[in-house]
Design a protein around this ligand. Structure first.
Ligand SMILES: [Zn+2]
Ligand SMILES: [Zn+2]
Length: 88
């Protein structure tokens, strides 16, 4: 049985994740996130989606990046904002 690298639980359905040439074993996604997911440099929440990177810092969303002074950060292409679906 494999042992979780986060909480130490041994579990027959544990799985492995390889990040930057290191392989970790986890018993749950919760543990994997706790150990490996990056956190937002502004609000501190775990980034589970793509997040956004500005100036070498990682943020959960453009709002947080802007709070740190990265004014150009966007969650989506401004060209899409307010775009209406074309023919219905
Ligand atoms: Zn665990
Ligand atoms: Zn944030």
């Amino acid at each position: 049985m494999k042992r979780c690298d986060c909480c130490g639980n041994t579990y027959d359905k544990a799985f492995e994740i390889t990040m930057e040439d290191k392989t970790y074993t986890f018993d749950s996604f919760e543990c994997a996130i706790h150990r490996l997911a990056p956190s937002c440099d502004h609000c501190g929440c775990r980034i589970l989606g793509h997040g956004t990177e500005s100036g070498g810092e990682t943020f959960c969303c453009a709002h947080c990046a802007k709070q740190k002074g990265f004014e150009g950060a966007v969650d989506r292409d401004p060209a899409d904002a307010g775009a209406q679906p074309s023919s219905v």
